[in-house]
Design a protein around this ligand. Sequence first.
Ligand SMILES: C[S@@+](CC[C@H](N)C(=O)[O-])C[C@H]1O[C@@H](n2cnc3c(N)ncnc32)[C@H](O)[C@@H]1O
Length: 335
Amino acid sequence: MRNRKIRKEKEREKNTVVPASAAVLAVVAAASTAAVVVAVTVVVAVTVVVVVVVVVVAVAVVVAVVVVVVHVVVTPLKAAAWKSEWMEYNGFHDEKLSKLSYWKKRYKDKNKVFEWFLDPDEILEPLLNNIGPIAGKTSMPLQCLDIGCGLSDLSLHLMTQSDQPMSVTLVDFVPDALQFQLRRIIECQQEMQVAPGSIQHLVCADTIHLPFRDGSFDVVVDKGTMDALLKDKIHGHFKATLMTSEVLRLLAPGGRYLQVSDEDPDSRLLLLERFILKSSFSQPIKEENKQNNSDERNCQGQLPKNYNLSSWKFKTITSKSGSEYFLYWVENLQL
Ligand SMILES: C[S@@+](CC[C@H](N)C(=O)[O-])C[C@H]1O[C@@H](n2cnc3c(N)ncnc32)[C@H](O)[C@@H]1O
């Protein structure tokens, strides 16, 4: 009886102990689950924060690098390229404008008109006003030479706007420029009304040695060509002197040399006078001088007898864009 009591007692004890340890276990389990969850959450949160920080820093570094590269490398390069393009377009830079190789490359496969400095409509009126007095003196077609014609339409406009028939000879040392001019003449024959008797000739030649007889032209027009020669730092002045000499040789009595340039009169007028003076030295020695065994003309720096030039004059021409250019002219006064 007592034993049974004891057993019952133990059983009761057992029954009470089992639920107590289960609760503890449950609590422990819950606590460890919570700890794991907290730990995982903390790890995830820390990872997220680290990743976000790394991404933000990386983006900031990339942005900073891009900004630095753009400011330090790309922008200056772009500015330099733009400046060089602008300078090239405006004919400022460079020596290469005096080189045949440059013009050959530039005119290769070109089929669009390109005007240096000024469009024909900006310069035509002053040119025609200047030519007017010569035109009035002859009933023959006016002999005009466009020296270094390039891809310009100037001579076509001169022919269409002049009341008097004109024979225009276009000269350039680049065959492609003349091919282009030939295509233009054919193209414009229909649409442009030229005075009857007007005609164009195309001649490939160097301005410093022109294949025409003395006194063949009433007007020589040079739009930007001497400027191109003068870009040659070493030989520019020499070439310009030879060109001046050739142009003056070709001018008929009463004829005019008209030059369009962007160089202002302060420097250009002096240069032009100098080229004329120097060109007198580059004239061949005349037979009578050879016989006298004298070269007095050269020694004294006087112009040869066949030159009787007016002084250089100029007119300022403002382009549509507001830039200033200059028309210079000189007249062969010998009548
Ligand atoms: C500045 S561009 C002027 C082109 C044209 N007159 C115009 O107004 O658009 C100079 C031109 O002269 C030509 N040229 C330069 N040097 C020359 C030379 N020594 N002999 C013949 N032509 C030359 C070039 O081929 C080019 O067509």
